[in-house]
Ligand binder design. Structure first.
Ligand SMILES: [Zn+2]
Length: 360
């Protein structure tokens, strides 16, 4: 991984992007990819689309959602304590005792979220799973007036956006879902250009940082409406099964550092999956297989259903502790995913036929 690509990943983790509030991260991405793309634009929904390649070739859309789960200021009480609602799927237990950031028009306001101490919980309260309505954010304000001078209803909130390096190229922090996937589709454009060389790409590649995946796959849907891809590959995180209490019999055997996870199942075009496997093997990229027998809970779901149908693939990054402050991934995996996607773009040609079973 090049130093500037690594720095871009670290900056993305440090940049807030709760669903619906992705402007800051899209600006960061635009600044990074503009020198490498023929065209970069942001649509009215907020999706960022970077393009290179042959405008007459098959349209390939690589989709990685840049939004992360977060919270939203919904009330400030008379003592200046802040109450929030969630954006996306939270386990409230993950929030107790966290450092938080409230992102206002004038910048970041540091906060903490907690509940009353264990010493003061009665026997019933100790046994109960805590709900979000029993927690509040504390910014240190002395009264509501002081809090309201800085914070407005509707301001977005994230966990403290710190990246923590672990052993063996693992890193941990909030928002690996799915800034990792976003990074791979943006990085793939840069690498596909290098792979294609002077002749250029045969396909028209659109690398898209999609918005609002966490609240219903909304950005991928509108982005596809503007691009009309022939082939699309979504990149998102998936649950690794290489830590305690995860059942491999249910989740499959997926390891951090084991390489890109190539999904197979009805939501996936079989020829796209087969080509991804073939390209991984011929280019010595490690990979893992996973199955899903229903509509996928990520951008691949809506991409396949766009228009008269899109040949859709799903490549995933193994992730431990999804939707928490300590999501863990392997940097080697995201490097390999970007490489696999770049090879897919470089191999895609006008006469490729992804009709299952071929034309009759
Ligand atoms: Zn995701």
């Amino acid at each position: 991984m090049q130093d500037n690509a690594r720095a871009f990943f670290e900056q993305a983790i440090a940049t807030p992007s709760p669903s619906g509030y992705e402007e800051r991260i899209q600006k960061l991405i635009r600044d990074y990819i503009t020198p490498h793309a023929d065209r970069v634009r942001i649509d009215v929904h907020g999706n960022l689309i970077a393009e290179i390649g042959n405008a007459d070739g098959p349209r390939l859309m690589l989709a990685g959602h840049c939004d992360q789960i977060g919270m939203l200021v919904s009330h400030i009480d008379e003592n200046g304590f802040v109450y929030a609602q969630t954006i996306g799927g939270w386990d409230p237990q993950q929030l107790i005792g966290q450092a938080m950031s409230i992102w206002t028009d004038s910048g970041e306001v540091p906060a903490v979220i907690s509940r009353k101490p264990i010493h003061l919980l009665n026997q019933d309260e100790r046994k109960k799973v805590v709900g979000l309505d029993e927690m509040w954010l504390d910014v240190g304000a002395s009264c509501d007036k002081q809090a309201r001078e800085k914070i407005r209803i509707g301001d977005p909130i994230t966990l403290d956006l710190q990246l923590r390096p672990l052993m063996n190229s693992l890193v941990s922090g909030p928002g690996m879902d799915n800034k990792t996937g976003m990074w791979t589709v943006i990085e793939a454009l840069r690498r596909a250009k290098a792979l294609a060389g002077a002749g250029g790409l045969g396909c028209h590649l659109h690398s898209v940082s999609t918005v609002q995946e966490e609240i219903g796959l909304r950005g991928a849907k509108t982005a596809a409406g503007g691009i009309h891809p022939d082939v699309a590959i979504a990149v998102d995180v998936t649950h690794a099964s290489d830590c305690p209490t995860i059942d491999k019999n249910k989740q499959g055997d997926l390891r951090l550092g084991g390489g890109p996870v190539i999904f197979r199942g009805p939501n996936i075009n079989p020829k796209v999956a087969a080509r991804l496997i073939e390209l991984a093997e011929t280019n010595n990229i490690p990979y893992q297989l996973a199955a899903i027998g229903r509509a996928t809970p990520n951008d691949a779901n809506v991409l396949q259903l766009h228009g008269a149908g899109v040949a859709t693939g799903l490549v995933a990054i193994p992730n431990r502790y999804m939707h928490s402050a300590v999501e863990a991934i392997s940097l080697d995996d995201i490097d390999h995913v970007a490489q696999l996607l770049a090879h897919f773009a470089a191999a895609l040609k006008s006469d490729d036929d992804f009709t299952p079973g071929g034309q009759i």
